[in-house]
Design a protein. Structure first.
Length: 153
């Protein structure tokens, strides 16, 4: 396979390209006998319309490349802010009275541990970008067929 894989050819690479913070390599990064590391993942979702005309969708362009269209609305931002707060609330509940340090990611890919929370805990990439697309047999009430194929094609 050369160049960009066509959607029908990309299933074999799908799980190799999705980030996996729970892989053995990632977990090994956080092993230190003097610390207990708590790793929390919260997934932000986007609203959409239960139809083939939803403003949030994934499609394929004329070159066969996947394109993701997302329009984040104010209610999505409010929900994500509430999820961020809940993530910190859960972390503080687990830690109890123990002192906390937070991972801060650096532009060069390294990270440091600091006593203050980072400005942003959100991943800047998409993960499971098709998760908000409704599936079904009827294009009037779903975005993809049950096999994941877009009704638009």
């Amino acid at each position: 396979m050369s160049g960009n894989p066509q959607p029908t050819e990309s299933y074999d690479v799908l799980y190799r390209i999705l980030p996996d913070a729970s892989s053995p390599e990632a977990v090994a990064t956080y092993q230190d006998p003097d610390y207990v590391v708590i790793m929390l993942h919260s997934m932000g979702e986007f609203l959409g319309e239960r139809s083939a005309n939803s403003w949030n969708y994934v499609t394929t362009n004329t070159r066969g490349e996947a394109e993701v269209y997302i329009q984040m609305k104010e209610i999505d931002r409010q929900f994500w802010d509430a999820m961020d707060k809940t993530t910190y609330d859960v972390m503080h509940a687990i830690a109890g009275d123990a002192p906390l340090e937070y991972q801060h990611n650096n532009p060069d890919g390294s990270f440091t541990w600091e006593k203050s929370p980072p400005d942003n805990i959100r991943n800047q990439g998409l993960v499971h970008e098709a998760g908000t697309l409704w599936m079904g047999d009827d294009p009037a009430t779903s975005v993809t067929a049950l096999n994941g194929q877009m009704h638009r094609y």
